[in-house]
Design a protein. Structure first.
Length: 307
């Protein structure tokens, strides 16, 4: 799938200045087993120890050198116009911190699924969004409540709007954390009302494991963390009432999941995860501005794609 993903990057009408592939301690080197064109500006970075989805994305962002960054999952693909169209949208709206677009659904074998594509666009509110600039409450409701930025593979973000501290706390939810951080950093974004990529539904998807109640207990930590961060963000005040209800519903849901495991130890683990989520939120809020923990390299003009 990574070979297919990289081929979709190669077919872009505007080529990226760099492509960084983070190999998160896979069984065998991705660089050796992945097929890609030698003319692609690809740099493979292999972790010695597994860092998980959030740590991997943060590492890719820190390794990138460009002012505009896209994070492309290894099993998703772009339409050839993705980078050009999204880059044009940000140039037309310099006040926007990021641009995002609609996308379709494909199955494990790459077949496009029109019914699911329409359902997902409706489920996440993109079906009723008009293309153009979204600001303040309109943006926050779309991106944070309706989760219209449903997959970060289909967003292009200005480097200044990437909060690596928040993304790093996201675990499997890192893409939602990326959107929350970008909204905290900028009150404007551009929605491109075009289907510019394909999100793969397959058994390897991280979200397919969420049906397991033990996984739901584990994910209490990032869910609590991101909701508390948003409740501690003054500019999101118009959403706070809805977010408090969502936090209460989340706590009820994970408590029910812990009970379904039929393991007394699950309640203890859940309490630990909730406390850890509260601690993560406090650290992120106290962290303040978007910062890396090392001096960033000089930014290059152009587009960066991190897979």
């Amino acid at each position: 799938m990574l070979s297919e993903t990289l081929n979709s990057v190669r077919q872009q009408t505007v080529a990226p200045a760099e492509i960084i592939v983070i190999d998160d301690c896979s069984a065998e080197s991705l660089e050796r087993v992945t097929q890609f064109s030698p003319d692609l500006p690809v740099r493979f970075i292999r972790h010695r120890e597994n860092q998980g989805p959030a740590g991997t994305v943060v590492d890719g962002i820190r390794e990138s050198r460009c002012e505009l960054v896209a994070t492309l999952n290894h099993d998703d693909v772009w339409e050839p116009q993705f980078l050009q169209t999204m880059g044009d949208a940000l140039r037309a709206h310099p006040q926007a911190g990021f641009a995002f677009c609609d996308h379709g659904i494909m199955l494990a074998d790459g077949e496009h699924d029109e019914r699911r594509s329409r359902e997902q666009s409706a489920r996440f509110g993109r079906a009723v969004l008009s293309g153009g600039l979204l600001s303040d409450t309109d943006l926050y409701e779309a991106a944070l409540l309706h989760k219209a930025v449903a997959a970060s593979s289909f967003a292009l973000v200005r480097r200044a709007a990437l909060d690596t501290a928040l993304i790093g706390a996201g675990a499997d939810m890192w893409d939602y954390f990326l959107a929350v951080g970008a909204c905290r950093a900028s009150a404007s974004a551009v929605y491109v009302d075009e289907r510019l990529g394909w999100y793969r539904f397959s058994p390897t998807m991280l979200t397919t494991t969420w049906a397991d109640p033990r996984k739901q207990v584990e994910m209490a930590r990032p869910q609590v963390a991101v909701l508390v961060v948003m409740l501690r963000t003054a500019q999101f005040k118009p959403l706070h009432r809805a977010l408090r209800k969502r936090l209460a519903a989340t706590l009820r849901h994970v408590l029910a999941a812990a009970v379904r495991t039929k393991s007394p130890a699950s309640l203890g683990r859940l309490a630990t995860r909730i406390v850890a989520g509260l601690r993560d939120a406090e650290q992120v809020v106290g962290h303040g501005a978007v910062e890396d923990d090392r001096e960033p390299p000089p930014a290059r003009r152009g587009l960066s794609s991190e897979a």
